[in-house]
Design a protein around this ligand. Structure first.
Ligand code: FE
Ligand code: FE
Ligand code: MG
Length: 165
């Protein structure tokens, strides 16, 4: 733990660690949902969808790393047992039971929208209290906003393609 770095945090550090750990669990579940989705997805424009899902999986894992690093800086412990991911998650996990591209995209869009809401709340909580966490969360949020739009644009293209046949 960085002692001075933790002292300057103007909010309850335990509460902040709890919020960061919840987001950390979200990121692992999002990573797995994208990773598996990329393996099983079927249907029109599959290759473009796979490329996007794989990239997003990598980016969710990078978010988990950013959060773990901040949790450790603040003297916390990143959730250390995957069985707790379900317990703490905000956004849950949508098992890709239906491999059709549109279903996979819709599930992941829902996940991104939950992530955007979660990180916006965390930004509002930290804007004055903890500029270091704020900066990390802003970086992540910017990418979640990009993810949502990427997936919605793909879904729109697929719908245009299917409806104009
Ligand atoms: Fe993420
Ligand atoms: Fe995302
Ligand atoms: Mg993307």
């Amino acid at each position: 733990m960085g002692t001075r770095g933790t002292e300057i945090v103007g909010m309850d550090v335990k509460e902040l660690l709890d919020l960061l750990n919840r987001a950390f669990c979200d990121e692992w579940l999002a990573y797995y949902q994208y990773w598996l989705g990329a393996k099983i997805v079927k249907g029109p424009m599959k290759d473009a969808v796979i490329a996007e899902l794989e990239l997003h999986a990598t980016e969710e894992l990078a978010h988990a790393l950013l959060l773990a690093t901040r949790i450790i800086q603040l003297g916390g412990t990143p959730v250390n047992n995957p069985k707790d991911w379900y317990k703490f998650t905000n956004c849950g996990y949508d098992a890709p039971n239906d491999a059709y591209v549109k279903v996979i995209l819709e599930q992941n869009i829902k996940g991104e929208q939950c992530a955007i809401s979660t990180y916006k709340k965390l930004l509002d909580k930290t804007i004055k209290a903890d500029p270091v966490t704020y900066n990390i969360v802003l970086t992540i949020l910017s990418q979640e906003v990009e993810h949502e739009e990427d997936l919605q644009a793909l879904l729109e293209d697929i719908e245009l393609m299917v409806s104009r046949k």
